[in-house]
Ligand binder design. Structure first.
Ligand SMILES: [Zn+2]
Length: 206
């Protein structure tokens, strides 16, 4: 792509570093911003910088939060004996949208992936095991996507919990293998949480 301006070229380059944004889309977005009043761009840049510098993670579940403990963990109406283990905050948002779940969450921050060099120590697994061993949690729902990495992570957590009293279940998928939770529709996802199955039987089925 030939640019008549270095400034334009730089802006397009930076925009195209975002996932899913190719050079053409980047150019369209940059030209759009250029046409807007300066204030628009300032608000956008300011919101992003503020998010980056001030973002907090809930000390209990690792969800993104403006406060030390997130609104879900702080809500006394939520069932603290039930914890749903998810990969990232998009999964929390997807499950919350179903309105079918009243327990708490635990956000791992990714999945175990030897290919990408992500090991258990890179994820929020140790604090989860500690939480279970501390005793309040009765049921852990493993809700990672059913990819190889998701299965590996579920199994790793399951093994770490051997000898504890906690019941481990997994969400019953009407969702085909490899689909990410985020893309499942609300009805299917809601139903799969209600119809969750013991984790043991999900291993035998494989
Ligand atoms: Zn929380």
């Amino acid at each position: 792509m030939e640019f008549s301006s270095k400034l334009l070229q730089n802006a397009v380059y930076e925009m195209s570093q975002l996932p899913g944004i190719g050079k053409r889309t980047a150019l369209r977005l940059v030209l759009h911003l250029l046409k807007q009043p300066e204030e628009r761009t300032e608000l956008l840049a300011h919101a992003l910088l503020k998010l980056k510098s001030e973002v907090n993670f809930c000390k209990n579940c690792h969800n993104i939060s403006d406060t030390e403990v997130c609104e879900i963990c702080a809500n006394p109406k939520r069932d603290e004996t039930m914890v749903c283990v998810v990969e990232d905050i998009r999964d929390v948002m997807a499950i919350e949208n179903t309105s079918q779940y009243n327990g708490l969450y635990h956000v791992l921050g990714g999945k175990i992936s030897p290919m990408e060099g992500v090991g258990p120590q890179d994820l929020n697994i140790a604090p989860l095991i500690k939480k279970v061993k501390d005793g309040t949690i009765k049921e852990l729902i493993l809700a990672l996507s059913s990819t190889m990495e998701g299965d590996t992570t579920n199994f790793y957590i399951y093994k770490q919990l051997e000898g504890t009293e906690v019941t481990t279940s997994t969400i019953a998928r009407g969702i085909s293998v490899g689909d990410e939770l985020e893309y499942a529709d609300e009805v299917t996802l809601g139903r799969s949480i209600i119809n969750r199955v013991p984790f043991e039987s999900s291993i035998k089925a494989n």
